[in-house]
Write a protein that binds this ligand. Structure first.
Ligand SMILES: [Zn+2]
Length: 263
């Protein structure tokens, strides 16, 4: 299997996975979405809240604030040496003590760990008016998207099949160019050629409309176009790599279980 990057920036990546099958492509997609550990606030102590919002609403909003995550430094709580009690290797405390009038932003939290801070400092939490006060300690830990979507490192993770499109004996009627909603075809030397195959959404309009039945689409190419959009907790390549490591771990576990079966 190979990965070929098409475009990439801090939050968005598009790549083609080749020589793969749908089962693997889908496992990887699911692993990126729901198995890569990510930091988020999961426990909140509210010492004082005289704002207009209930404690529960504020706690929920704080949980959804994305936090920078360094996977090398933290353990999942159930696998930590502390046995899940909570220690500096598996949790981080963020404190907030503010008084109105003021709009409270994610950036107002003071984290115990200088590297585990909100990804964005401008997420509004609550508006405080004159005399209102908010005093909170929020505990963040690693979790997975499977538990709650606040632990997801990606907001979008989707793929589609990259087909192989063959045009035989084209007479240059340009019907396919006209009907294709994704502008896959282009004219070259009087014939239509599939110039942008990765844009194809497999709508089959070209196949239906071609008067000569000259267009053939093969979906079993083993190529998948992935579109992944991150939230910022960690670099996109880390999400991709970690998801693969998790799949590998799961496969090894499966192997072990199979070997233990005696017949
Ligand atoms: Zn611990």
């Amino acid at each position: 299997m190979k990965v070929e990057f098409i475009d990439e920036d801090d939050l968005k990546v598009r790549f083609i996975l080749t020589e793969a099958n749908p089962a693997f492509a889908n496992s990887w997609r699911r692993a990126m979405k729901s198995l890569v550990p990510t930091m988020a606030v999961d426990y909140v102590d509210i010492y004082m809240n005289t704002s207009l919002l209930y404690d529960e609403i504020i706690a929920h909003r704080i949980g959804l604030v994305p936090l920078k995550t360094d996977l090398e430094r933290f353990n999942m709580q159930d696998k930590c040496v502390c046995g899940g009690e909570g220690c500096p290797s598996c949790q981080v405390s963020l404190r907030l003590n503010v008084e109105g009038p003021k709009m409270v932003y994610s950036g107002d939290f003071v984290s115990d760990d200088p590297e585990t801070t909100p990804v964005y400092n401008n997420i509004p939490v609550v508006q405080l008016y004159e005399g209102q006060q908010l005093m909170i300690e929020a505990i963040a830990r690693l979790g997975t998207g499977r538990e709650h979507s606040k632990f997801q490192p990606v907001s979008v993770c989707a793929y589609r099949i990259v087909p192989e499109i063959v045009v035989e004996d084209c007479d240059g009627c340009e019907k396919c160019i006209e009907v294709c909603p994704r502008n896959v075809f282009e004219m070259e030397n009087g014939k239509a050629i599939p110039a942008k195959v990765i844009e194809c959404s497999l709508c089959y309009e070209c196949v239906k409309e071609c008067p000569l039945d000259a267009i053939k689409i093969d979906e079993e190419t083993g190529k998948f176009l992935f579109m992944v959009e991150g939230i910022g907790q960690m670099p996109m390549r880390t999400v991709m790599r970690k998801a693969l490591d998790i799949l590998k771990e799961k496969a090894e576990e499966m192997n072990k279980i199979i070997e233990e079966v005696s017949l």
